[in-house]
Design a protein around this ligand. Structure first.
Ligand code: GRF
Length: 207
């Protein structure tokens, strides 16, 4: 038996998706992976408190103006390597990773985005802007997408998607909450299991 795939979750904010992952892990729903590290790019992120509450190792690598992107990423890479991390989940991580970083974990980084990609995604589409854009456009369905990370923001291959209906009286805030509850928190643990299982199988085949 191989050990489970060691997973790090990268966050920057409230961490409700992290919470969904940790609850799924506690319920035994992530069978081939183990979330063993949380890294935040924001030292004040509530996500860090969530990691602490669930007794998961955490670290803050604050993205400040004095740190270049390369230095920031190198610090993260060092932490990942010290903890033998084999897969990365971006869950509200507010930084676009460089080509070099992505190549270091090729096919092993996944991200959650709160729309049905390819709509309302890419550079600048984050937070309430995604939901406000969906409302402004008048789409009747939105949702969430979990995808692999490549060099194009929100551009990698899709792993899972779930649609969520838009109601007439929705505001961006109401819609954001519904998309999280009905789609994001459901999809991310599932995608985590799907991808960690694939990496697990690859490891067995490589032996
Ligand atoms: C989520 O909407 C996620 O889809 C997006 O950023 C938000 C993070 O929320 N990438 P949280 O920190 O998980 O609560």
């Amino acid at each position: 038996m191989l050990n489970k795939i060691n997973i790090a979750v990268l966050v920057s904010g409230g961490g409700t998706n992290l919470e969904a992952l940790l609850k799924a892990q506690e319920k035994g729903e992530i069978q081939h992976g183990r979330i063993s590290l949380v890294i935040s790019s924001n030292k004040n992120a509530y996500a860090l408190t969530r990691a602490k509450n669930h007794k998961i190792k955490f670290s803050s690598i604050h993205k400040s103006d004095t740190l270049s992107q390369v230095e920031f990423e190198n610090k993260i890479l060092k932490k990942l390597s010290e903890n033998n991390i084999e897969m990365i989940v971006l869950a509200g991580f507010m930084s676009i990773l460089s080509k070099a970083f992505i190549e270091a974990f090729d096919g092993k980084i996944i991200n959650i985005h709160p729309s049905l990609i390819p709509s309302f995604c890419g550079k600048g589409y984050y937070g309430l802007k995604v939901h406000q854009s969906a409302l402004d456009y008048g789409v009747k369905l939105t949702g969430a997408t979990v995808h692999f990370v490549n060099e194009t923001p929100d551009g990698g291959k899709i792993i899972l998607q779930k649609a969520v209906k838009i109601n007439k009286r929705d505001t961006a805030e109401i819609l954001q909450k519904r998309v999280m509850e009905k789609a994001e928190w459901v999809l991310l643990p599932r995608a985590c299991e799907i991808v960690s299982k694939e990496i697990y199988k690859e490891k067995i085949n490589a032996r």
